[in-house]
Design a protein around this ligand. Structure first.
Ligand code: TNX
Length: 484
């Protein structure tokens, strides 16, 4: 129990152990399709650890002999994602108030099971609830495109560490990655390239719906981002009429930022966004649409403010809430809007404070801590350095509540680790940038602040090495970590 990541709120070992055997059964309460499905998720975990196929059935107690019970009964204080796990020599009981809590608890069981050999679970009790409701990863699929299978791989690996939001950065200067039926050239032209001039790619709406469903089965919400008014060269290359001068831009395959802008004074821009946001909202299971808003050097401030205020209304008209990079804090925010902090220059952090002063909550993505595209050391072959060098300790040894003066625990919705992909080309690169730093972000977002300590964490992280290897993850073997 002492090697779990994220660290549970309370873990109390006891004497004895429970062994998964060929006759072990799983029962679920209530016997709904969703709970039966969760029973099978656990059965798959047990099968890969032990080889035994464990049957799953509805039942209102632990099965008589050698039983595991997944239950939604009597755990009302555990919130939307919390769970309680009791392991004794006779039975294993995993209870939660909601199915998502059962799923999170199953991930704990996955880490408690030895990697190979007998399925022995040490006895004890865990009671666990997340500190923050938003525990995210962002993947930039614009600078380099990543197909459906790559994104599923990211979702699978996120689920192991109780991460629950995948933010997909779907449009930027170098690529437009989501099919919009009313504007087909966005993907025909805007989706046809990427950084360095490769062939790019895009998700059809069918592909995207498949990703949303795949994530939902793992209790992960996909948050789509259409970046605007800057970072829009791919759209401006696709449709001449979106440009103020009516001239289509050339497709862009470089890595500069801040040169493009939608034409904020043109009515067509808002018809375009109404179509795009409407189609995207229909594909989106969660409440949020991310409207970007970062690095708008090519848009006048007054135009930016009027634009963002108007676009918020479009998002609301399609039944969704707005999320944007911290720059949107300088506009009048609608109730319920979220801002995503990323700058670490104190002078630039003013927009986040402006947002908080309006009652908005914040997702923390401090670039010098959780930007997954930063180099680990100066020698790391891929990656950027503009926000600093971010080794595993830098990514872990910080706390949300003390990051920014004027932004306290209750202002914070959670933590998100963005992976920008200017230098990241393959799923192997994605894994290398994410792992192991993303485990630190997962723990910061889930586990209580008290008791979090790098020297203790690095040992638990080292113990995850064999698990990451077994999953085939291409992770960075940081010398800061005593890898097992
Ligand atoms: C800044 S952070 C950006 C991205 C780049 C990233 C590279 C933010 C909101 N915008 O456009 O990809 O730096 O690290």
């Amino acid at each position: 129990m002492h090697n779990l990541i994220p660290k549970p709120v309370l873990a109390t070992p006891a004497a004895g152990s429970f062994t998964i055997r060929s006759n072990t059964k799983i029962s679920v309460t209530p016997g709904t399709d969703e709970m039966l499905k969760l029973g099978h998720v656990l059965a798959d975990v047990l099968q890969s650890a032990t080889g035994f196929a464990t049957p799953v059935a509805a039942g209102d107690a632990a099965p008589d002999s050698g039983g595991i019970w997944l239950s939604l009964a009597g755990a009302q204080t555990l919130g939307g994602e919390g769970y309680a796990l009791t392991i004794s020599s006779e039975r294993v009981t995993l209870s939660a108030a909601q199915p998502a809590g059962i799923f999170r608890g199953v991930q704990t069981l996955r880490q408690l099971l030895p990697l190979a050999g007998a399925g022995v679970l040490a006895a004890g009790e865990i009671r666990d609830t997340p500190r923050f409701g938003w525990r995210g990863v962002m993947l930039d699929v614009c600078r380099h495109f990543f197909g459906v299978d790559d994104v599923k791989r990211v979702i699978d690996l996120m689920a192991h560490f109780k991460l629950n939001v995948l933010h997909l950065h779907l449009s930027d200067d170098q690529g437009w990655r989501i099919e919009i039926k009313a504007w087909p050239k966005l993907t025909e032209i805007g989706g046809s390239t990427q950084v360095g001039g490769g062939k790019g790619g895009y998700y059809t709406q069918v592909d995207y719906a498949e990703l949303v469903a795949y994530a939902q089965e793992r209790y992960i919400t996909i948050v789509p981002e259409i970046d605007m008014p800057g970072h829009t060269n791919a759209a401006l290359a696709s449709y001449a009429e979106l440009n103020c001068d009516g001239v289509a831009r050339e497709p862009y395959t470089g890595t500069e930022v801040g040169f493009s802008s939608l034409c904020t004074g043109k009515e067509l821009t808002y018809q375009f966004l109404d179509d795009v946001i409407g189609e995207l909202a229909a594909l989106t299971a969660g409440p949020y649409i991310h409207i970007g808003g970062d690095e708008t050097a090519a848009t006048k401030t007054a135009d930016f403010i009027a634009f963002i205020e108007r676009v918020q209304g479009i998002v609301e008209a399609h039944g969704k809430q707005v999320l944007g990079w911290e720059e949107i804090g300088q506009t009048k925010l609608r109730p319920g809007a979220l801002v995503q902090q990323w700058n670490t220059n104190p002078k630039l952090m003013v927009h986040t404070r402006q947002a908080v002063a309006q009652g908005a909550r914040v997702i923390l993505s401090p670039a010098n801590r959780v930007y997954l595209d930063m180099k680990y050391t100066p020698e790391t072959s891929l990656g950027a350095t503009w926000a600093g060098i971010v080794d595993v300790q830098d990514a872990y040894a910080w706390d949300p509540a003390t990051l920014m003066a004027g932004v306290s625990e209750s202002d914070i919705a959670g933590v998100e680790a963005p992976l920008w992909t200017e230098t990241c080309k393959t799923i192997g690169d994605v894994e290398f940038f994410m792992f192991p730093r993303v485990l630190g972000a997962a723990e910061i977002a889930w586990s209580p602040a008290t008791g979090r300590d790098w020297d203790e964490y690095k040992v638990r992280l080292g113990a995850q090495g064999p698990r990451l290897r077994a999953l085939g993850v291409n992770f960075y073997r940081s010398r800061q970590v005593p890898w097992a």
